[in-house]
Design a binder for this molecule. Structure first.
Ligand SMILES: Cc1cc2nc3c(=O)[nH]c(=O)nc-3n(C[C@H](O)[C@H](O)[C@H](O)COP(=O)(O)O)c2cc1C
Length: 215
């Protein structure tokens, strides 16, 4: 089964969490002999090529990071340039920073409707959060976060969709219990804040994370 894959992150490939997720996912997808071609929405100069591939492929996967509760504006801009097709299947990976499944459900609802607007069948959405730090890690630490997507790639290679029980369970908890939510809040003010501050400094950032230049 051949798959056209679009990384819908506005971040360039090198810094994109979605890219690291796709690498593992497509490893799994390929084990049974499946093939794919991959494109990046962040490379605006390649949009003509992506449109041409969309026109000729009938099995399309769009991998999307959640940006402000829904799909990134850059993907929206690209989608508006597509012409509806007459058939084929469109499936999605929707991934985010915050870990609870409930955070991604609004975006998922939109994705359920999108394929029919483009004349295609819906192949389901693999929904998963807790991906903030993938690009801040390397080697084994990064692998431990992305490896589970390999299994999902195998499942998608087998089923051609994300409707199985395995895919639903992959999301993890829909919402954390109150004590965990309080703990996460505390972490964002302490350990996580320190880690993000260090990451920003390592990229040359000199201002505090909550710096407000327009105030
Ligand atoms: C501008 C912006 C908005 C974001 N909005 C959300 C959000 O609403 N909910 C969430 O859980 N994560 C949010 N995130 C986190 C991203 O979904 C997450 O880090 C994702 O893995 C980024 O993938 P990428 O590096 O491929 O773009 C946001 C990140 C950015 C940069």
């Amino acid at each position: 089964m051949h798959l056209m894959v679009i990384n819908a992150s506005p971040r360039v490939k090198k810094y994109s969490n979605t890219d690291k997720i796709l690498t593992k996912f497509l490893e799994g997808y390929s084990v049974s002999g499946n093939t794919y071609e991959q494109y990046e929405i962040s490379a605006r100069s390649s949009w003509d090529k992506i449109r041409a591939a969309y026109d000729t492929n009938d099995n399309i996967l769009i991998a999307i990071p959640l940006y402000v509760e829904c799909i990134p504006g850059l993907l929206m801009e690209f989608l508006e340039t597509l012409s509806p097709k007459t058939g084929g299947k469109m499936s999605f990976i929707l991934q985010s920073g915050f870990a609870e499944g409930v955070q991604l459900r609004c975006g998922e609802e939109y994705l359920k409707k999108l394929p029919s607007m483009l004349g295609m069948e819906y192949g389901g959405t693999l929904v998963k959060g807790n991906n903030f730090s993938i690009r801040l890690t390397e080697g084994k630490e990064q692998d431990s976060q992305t490896q589970p997507y390999r299994t999902m790639g195998e499942v998608f290679g087998r089923d051609g969709s994300f409707f199985s029980e395995e895919c639903s369970k992959f999301t993890g908890p829909e919402a954390f219990p109150l004590p965990v939510r309080l703990l996460v809040g505390l972490m964002f003010r302490t350990g996580a804040k320190k880690a993000f501050t260090e990451a920003a400094a390592s990229w040359g950032g000199t201002r505090p994370l909550d710096f407000r230049p327009y105030q």
